[in-house]
Design a protein around this ligand. Structure first.
Ligand code: PHE
Length: 457
């Protein structure tokens, strides 16, 4: 049912849009995944590949999501119903909705770990612990039944509290507080890290180009990471796009968000690796890097108690502004298309997603004997399975979003949205964008999917 007479909630300022959308993009992915994959896949050479991926695929897909959402003035599913009524395209929205459920369910668990570590850092729990003991500390947390689930529920409750406030008075308001905080913390950590004696080895690990390491696998992980990191392929940016005023330049917004996301990822690497190498520690991968390696680093760093707290607060803040954007995908659909009131929609979505996540949390411990096979990738616990599932869902979602804008929407409508009805003179860029969304992005994404499914061996 349509509520045309009711003013739709939306962002109130340019800064609010950037803070919210960059807040979505900048998350756990930037802080533990990007620095690590950059280090192992050839440093600056990998960064170059990543930049090409975001320029040719990430940026156009983000713009396409904004175009769909702002044109339709609807949530991720409703947008497709509205722009292509009585066609199967709405399935793209459903795929995004499902991805939101999947991603937020595990994201909330990992974010819960970060809250536990904020608490541990404040209690000075890392002090005097050997690397092995720190490893056991982390293993002990994630395999236990109660603590990680309790923290997960605390984190999800905080996410829900922001969403209850709505777009302008919830999402935008908190993004405008949390994103500057995040920036300040990351700069403080960067200055600490690069001024440590022996920091240069970590800087080389991150930035020295080694083109021999840029394997096809590296290229594929650059593209896969671009989707996750820019929050693409599941309708987050469709939903946020629907809250952007008709006066804003969508291309510029997409560019700014992309630059902010990449910039923070690089700054995160600069905060982490110089410190790790300065103390002669082997960098760990994924969660081990932030939850085991870094506490060990903080133990040895002058002022480490303080910087340790700051680091885990940074992670929690980054996770919160991302989880908000994922929950909004689900809540916007419930509220708008199922006519639920926002409060009921938020509670329902949060409880369902959190319960699903709690089962995943248990799959690291009590339920770890349940191993589920995933395509050609062997068997794993439920949580790892869901992570892998989302890795596959986002590029597929991104593919259909590109095809939708490139081939299904009327060209005039797309151009109208990109140029704000001809107000913005962006002829050259509009033409480039149309080629990217019609051909370049779909071909690139199909290559990633084919690789994921094992077609390239
Ligand atoms: N971009 C977020 C990160 O890097 C995660 C995310 C994915 C958020 C998809 C929204 C949608 O951590």
């Amino acid at each position: 049912m349509e509520n045309n007479n009711v003013q739709r909630d939306g962002f109130s300022s340019k800064l609010g849009i950037i803070a919210a959308a960059a807040g979505s993009a900048i998350g756990l992915g930037n802080i533990w995944k990007f620095p690590y994959i950059t280090g192992i896949y050839g440093g600056a050479a990998f960064i170059l590949v990543y930049l090409v991926c975001i320029a040719l695929i990430g940026l156009p897909v983000m713009l396409s999501e904004f175009v769909i959402g702002r044109r339709a003035q609807k949530n991720a599913i409703g947008s497709f119903h509205k722009l292509a009524p009585k066609t199967p395209w709405f399935a793209t929205g459903w795929l995004g909705f499902a991805a939101a459920f999947v991603i937020l369910s595990f994201y909330g668990v990992v974010a819960g770990w970060t809250l536990d570590y904020v608490f541990k850092a404040i209690m000075n729990a890392f002090a005097g612990q050997s690397p092995e003991q720190l490893g056991d500390m982390f293993g002990g947390l994630i395999t236990s039944s109660f603590a990680p689930i309790a923290w997960q529920w605390v984190f999800m409750a905080a996410t829900a509290a922001v969403i209850l406030g709505g777009v302008k008075d919830g999402i935008e308001k908190y993004a405008k507080i949390l994103m500057p905080l995040l920036l300040v913390i990351i700069f403080v950590l960067d200055i600490r890290a690069v001024t440590l004696p022996g920091a240069s080895e970590g800087i080389s690990f991150l930035f020295q180009p080694d083109f021999a390491k840029v394997t096809p696998e590296a290229v594929m992980s650059a593209l896969g990471h671009a989707f996750f990191s820019l929050s693409l392929g599941m309708g987050t940016m469709i939903t946020y796009g629907s809250y952007i005023s008709k006066k804003e330049d969508l291309s510029v917004t997409a560019l700014q968000v992309t630059i902010a996301d990449t910039g923070i990822a690089l700054l995160a690497g600069l905060a982490i690796f110089p410190a790790v190498f300065a103390f002669g520690i082997e960098p760990g991968a994924g969660p081990g890097l932030v939850f085991i390696t870094l506490p060990n680093v903080f133990n040895q760093m002058p002022g480490g108690y303080f910087f340790g707290i700051l680091f885990f607060v940074l992670l929690a803040v980054a996770a919160l502004t991302s989880s908000i954007s994922i929950l909004e995908v689900v809540v916007a659909y419930f509220a708008e298309d199922l006519n639920m009131d926002r409060k009921k929609a938020t509670i329902l979505a949060t409880v369902a997603i959190t319960l699903l996540g709690s089962v995943q949390s248990l799959s690291n411990g009590m339920l770890s004997h349940i191993q589920i096979p995933f395509l050609n990738q062997g068997s794993m616990n439920f949580m790892d399975w869901m992570v892998l599932l989302s890795d596959h869902m986002l590029p597929v979602g991104g593919l259909f979003i590109s095809l939708f804008v490139g081939w299904k929407m009327a060209k005039g409508d797309v151009v109208d949205e990109v140029t704000n009805g001809g107000v913005l003179e962006e002829k050259t860029w509009t033409n480039i964008y149309l080629v990217l969304t019609k051909y370049v992005a779909p071909v690139g994404i199909i290559a990633v999917i084919a690789n994921m499914l094992g077609f390239f061996g």
